[in-house]
Design a protein around this ligand. Structure first.
Ligand SMILES: *Cc1c(COP(=O)(O)O)cnc(C)c1O
Length: 394
């Protein structure tokens, strides 16, 4: 393979460590959420690692994502939760994927697709307990439950799950959490009274799974935490998570600037003294957020030879500049990095490099977005990969 300009390195041992640790912690089955190409880590590679580490379920947003898991040989439980009007559920039903219904209209579409799928569907019902996003509003819940029970009696499907999703789980003390959990328990009682006996009842995502034991029910949907990132910054997780993604490149150039020199488009940063800069050969065309340029709150930093180097001036489409040692200024002799020296944009943080969480804070966003959007032209390389034949699962 040719020498990469920059690359994403994904540590599958870290994924396995996180998935196994999360399962041990919660003591109930877990779902590893691998939507959006495994939060930017590579859906299929993450899936194999997660299954090997004992993940019982996989969760994805779209039916296409679920079908891609089957095409790659995964045959275990998979839930998809976002179909669009008119989308054909038949291939997913035929592949034994659990589909989600938010409304009686959606159930009617699934009913029509069951006929062509040639087998009964596995349907999970989503109730809106207060996020006000997808799912049946509480006022429509009894109607959805009744229609689902009718279809189950008619042999069109089995209702395999009932679930909901939190709005504020990253703020454990937020009153919405207890309120949503109470609404969820009421919704389960309505379903039970109507005769539904789902295999799994689930409410918690990463933050709630870690920080709110009462919300774990039969299954916890772990997305971000599986990748080793902290879903609730400021609220320490009760286990050690290891970030799986490192983004690295090599300095394409090292140069000195004089006091008064403006750097990059718009000269948003002007050197106040002579100093040494490095050229990092990735930019927003690779998913590096331009918002991380500063001079807002604080610019993001990269790691070079164990030192933090702040971004100077605007991040461009393909490249940006960093100040190599702001604590020193002009560098010469052995302290001076050279062309080809490694630059770590973010990683696990073990060697002093920034983390995705640092980039999120510098960009006014969350680490979810940092890892999910990074990529563009960068190839991914895997550490700790198993042989490809081990694809698939129980
Ligand atoms: C993305 C998603 C998750 C995973 O959330 P994390 O905070 O990453 O754990 C769980 N459930 C639903 C419905 C989602 O859309």
């Amino acid at each position: 393979m040719s020498h990469p300009r920059a690359e994403i390195v994904v540590d599958l041992d870290a994924i396995r460590h996180n998935v196994a640790g999360l399962r041990d912690l919660v003591g109930v089955p877990t779902m590893t959420v691998v939507k959006a190409d495994g939060y930017g880590h590579g859906m299929l590679e993450v899936t194999r690692a997660a299954r090997a580490a004992g993940s019982d379920w996989l969760g994805v947003a779209t039916l296409d994502e679920a079908l891609a898991l089957r095409a790659a040989g995964d045959s275990g439980p998979v839930l998809a939760w976002l179909a669009v009007p008119g989308e054909d559920h038949a291939p997913a039903i035929a592949a034994g994927i659990d589909v989600t219904a938010y409304s009686t209209d959606e159930l009617a579409e699934i009913a029509a697709d069951v006929a062509r799928a040639g087998r009964p569907a596995r349907v999970q019902l989503k109730v809106d307990t207060g996020l006000s996003r997808g799912g049946a509003p509480i006022a429509h819940w009894p109607e959805l439950v009744a229609a689902a029970r009718d279809g189950e009696r008619a042999g069109r499907w089995r209702v395999t799950g009932i679930w909901s999703h939190f709005a504020c789980s990253d703020e454990p003390a937020h009153p919405a959490n207890a309120a949503q959990e109470a609404v969820f328990r009421d919704a389960l009682a309505v379903a039970e009274a109507a005769g539904l006996r789902p295999e799994v009842r689930h409410l918690a995502n990463s933050a709630a799974g870690l920080l709110r034991p009462s919300a774990r029910f039969d299954l916890v949907r772990f997305g971000l935490a599986s990748y080793g990132l902290d879903p609730a910054p400021g609220h320490p997780a009760p286990l050690d998570l290891v970030p799986a993604m490192t983004v690295r490149a090599e300095l394409a150039m090292v140069k000195d600037v004089a006091a008064g020199d403006g750097v990059s488009y718009g000269h948003t940063w002007v050197a106040d003294r002579a100093t040494t800069l490095g050229l990092v050969p990735v930019g927003y065309g690779d998913g590096v957020p331009r918002h991380a340029s500063g001079p807002g709150v604080r610019s993001a930093e990269v790691g070079v030879a164990g030192h933090r180097s702040p971004i100077r001036g605007r991040i461009c489409m393909d490249q940006f500049m960093v100040e190599l040692r702001p604590d020193v200024g002009l560098l010469d002799g052995p302290q001076r990095p050279g062309r080809g020296d490694e630059v770590v944009l973010f990683g696990p943080g073990r060697d002093g490099e920034p983390t995705a969480q640092h980039w999120a804070e510098a960009s006014g966003t969350i680490s979810y977005e940092i890892v999910t959007r990074i990529g563009g032209r960068m190839p991914r390389r895997y550490l700790g990969a198993e042989p490809a034949e081990s694809a698939g699962s129980a």
